[in-house]
Design a protein around this ligand. Structure first.
Ligand code: PEP
Length: 246
């Protein structure tokens, strides 16, 4: 079984910072983490630089934080799946809660982007997760299942799809780290519905070295999607070592 460990840098890092991070990663023995699939998701500006530094034989996958559903056209400010693929992306992150909240990402656009990503042979990393009030009222399972169903609507073969369960109340600087008991029901439901068919079910939200192992111990979790704790390369390396049992 593959355990996924990756990070999105969000809107952080200059080109030289991105190259430094990638250089350190590239200089680390690529056989160091058997059974672990590392990935990094830089901002679009650094995609090609990071891909070049890592090189074609790198074990580390590279992703884009977003891509439009159309291949080209009059969509000012957007980038398409063929463009991010051309810049070296193998993964496209779709539907992060920040994009849903601040950039009008809807279940419908998430679905369009999933289809576009698959059409071009890349891996969609679909982010789902409920807000704090839904969690508090016990509605997490139906909320998250509905989001995933909407994201995968009409997608026949989901075997290339990664799903990241990222409860909104657990992510970012104002997030509360989740206890395994907080997330077990949602992950069990995701596993029941898609566990055998998707490429992996990840968890994200305030994951760091202190809780990585216990989160990975939750039934259904195939990997960790990390923000702040892996924005410095040493943080990612530490998590990779920890997960690989080094
Ligand atoms: C995220 O925002 O997707 C995330 C996982 O961030 P953090 O790990 O910093 O909570």
């Amino acid at each position: 079984m593959t355990t996924w460990v990756g990070t999105s840098w969000k809107m952080n890092k200059t080109l030289s910072e991105a190259r430094d991070y990638a250089r350190t990663l590239a200089a680390t023995d690529q056989g160091r983490w058997p059974g672990v699939q590392p990935f990094i998701i830089p901002p679009a500006t650094a995609l090609s630089a990071v891909s070049e530094v890592l090189g074609p034989r790198s074990h580390v996958l590279v992703g884009a934080q977003n891509a439009h559903w159309e291949d080209a056209g009059a969509w000012t400010g957007e980038v398409s799946v063929p463009q991010v693929a051309d810049a070296g992306a193998q993964i496209v992150e779709i539907g992060h809660s920040e994009r849903r909240e601040f950039f009008a990402e809807t279940d419908e656009t998430v679905n369009l982007k999933v289809r576009a990503t698959l059409r071009h042979g890349l891996t969609p990393l679909v982010c789902v997760g409920e807000p704090a009030d839904v969690f508090a009222s016990g509605g997490s399972v139906p909320y998250v299942i509905r989001q995933v169903r909407a994201a995968l609507d009409g997608v026949g073969d989901v075997s290339a799809v990664l799903v990241a369960y990222e409860p909104i109340w657990a992510i970012g600087a104002r997030g509360r780290p989740a206890a395994p008991s907080d997330i077990g029901d949602v992950l069990a439901a995701l596993r029941t519905e898609w566990g055998g068919s998707v490429r992996g079910l990840l968890f994200g939200g305030s994951v760091d070295r202190s809780n990585a192992r216990s989160i990975l111990g939750v039934d259904g979790v195939d990997g960790l999607f990390v923000g702040r704790a892996a924005w410095e390369v040493d943080g990612l390396l530490e998590l990779l070592d920890l997960v690989a049992g080094r």
